[in-house]
Write a protein that binds this ligand. Structure first.
Ligand code: PLP
Length: 370
């Protein structure tokens, strides 16, 4: 475990909120925060312009943004975002999980979307400042966390179609309850055959809003079929697994090998990378390669594939109970508490909540023990 070093030289101004929630109101929100419904008292802003680079870093009261109606983000969707959680440990200290991996992914997204790259130190320092300021918003009940949403938008007011010369980076924070109140429940997934999430050479590997906007209609289709998530296949042949609307997918073979799609049009999940690392630490084989729908269907039928799970920051690891599409269902065997899926989930959450040692130095301390 390491402490976030403060090497970012941009000075941060702090303006305390004059309308911060009273203790009683905050405590009542933290008792049942849900997900993405409530926001802390403050937020971070750092501005960028072509002339001045990154400047005006500030922690200030949470509130609406002022945008010129011609700002390019509103017309051409030039924006990127990240999602990561911070966790309260038993001694009261608050830690984030692999924030430098989120910073690096945001830099990759920025390159693809012609946005400026925010230095890793600035990203981590933003998080540290916001969490220090709103430390009392980090819940402490089991499986709860403070979800952080860094995002970058093109703010220049100009209707020409070119990369904006003015940009803003913000971080907002939202307390998150336990995703599953009585342990993870297997999800049903709808296979979208009519729609693709991303195409060859497109923006699938970037965490950018347009990918999510285009997934909303197929996601609605999933709900209509009684499924919670939508699965996308490759856009060229419609044969190979890509990912879900907001999570990566992993199949488990009967010998313990983990198989997961490799594609340049999926988002490289930090949860998936961490789970695969923990599996390798156990001496298990990990295969990142093209995985066809037929391989999944035939593997389940023959017993060669014994578990399937989805993974991402929000729900960590979720067993996939079934994959349904037009005229077919692939039912996964039940991932009980002694399954590899659940044991990897436990190991990862134990590291995140400080119950287990952190062999890869993934945790970064943000505030001291209380
Ligand atoms: C499309 C998509 N794939 C995968 C993931 C999982 O990524 P991570 O594990 O970094 O949360 C996410 C979640 O952010 C996502 O939105």
């Amino acid at each position: 475990m390491t402490s976030a070093a403060s090497t970012f030289s941009l000075p941060f101004a702090t303006t305390p909120s004059a309308s911060a929630k009273a203790d009683a109101e905050r405590e009542s929100i933290l008792a049942d925060p849900g997900f993405g419904k409530h926001f802390t008292d403050h937020m971070v802003t750092i501005r960028w312009s072509e002339d001045a680079g990154w400047h005006d870093a500030a922690v200030h009261p949470y509130g609406p943004l002022q945008l010129d109606p011609s700002a390019s983000v509103l017309h051409y969707a030039q924006e990127i975002f990240e999602g990561l959680k911070v966790y309260r440990h038993a001694d009261g200290s608050v830690w984030s999980f692999r924030p430098t991996a989120n910073a690096a992914r945001m830099q990759r997204s920025a390159r693809r979307m012609a946005l400026p790259e925010l230095p890793t130190e600035a990203f981590v320092e933003s998080i540290r400042r916001l969490v220090e300021t709103d430390e009392r918003w980090v819940p402490s009940a089991d499986e709860t966390s403070l979800y952080l949403r860094p995002f970058m938008i093109a703010t220049e007011g100009f209707l020409g179609v070119r990369a904006a010369h003015e940009v803003a980076f913000h971080v907002i924070a939202s307390p998150a309850g336990a995703y599953f109140t009585s342990g993870p429940k297997p999800v049903s997934i709808w296979l979208s055959t009519q729609y693709s999430r991303a195409g060859k050479g497109g923006t699938g590997a970037a965490k950018t809003g347009g990918n999510y906007a285009s997934s909303l209609l197929p996601q609605q289709e999933a709900y209509e079929h009684g499924c919670q998530q939508v699965m996308f296949l490759d856009s060229e042949e419609g044969k190979y697994l890509e990912e879900l609307g907001g999570m990566n997918v992993v199949l488990v073979r009967s010998d313990g090998t983990l198989v997961t799609p490799d594609s340049d049009s999926i988002l490289e999940g930090i949860t998936r990378d961490s789970i695969l690392q923990l599996a390798e630490d156990r001496g298990l084989r990990v295969e990142k390669r093209r995985v066809s729908l037929d391989e999944w269907r035939d593997g389940v039928a023959s017993g060669a594939i014994t578990e399937a799970f989805a993974c991402g920051t929000a729900a960590v690891v979720t067993p996939i109970g079934e994959l349904r599409g037009d005229g077919f269902t692939i039912t996964s065997p039940d991932a009980g508490s002694d399954s590899l899926t659940m044991s990897l989930r436990r190991e990862l959450t134990d590291i995140q909540y400080g119950r287990l040692s952190d062999p890869h130095d993934w945790m970064v301390q943000l505030t001291p023990a209380s």
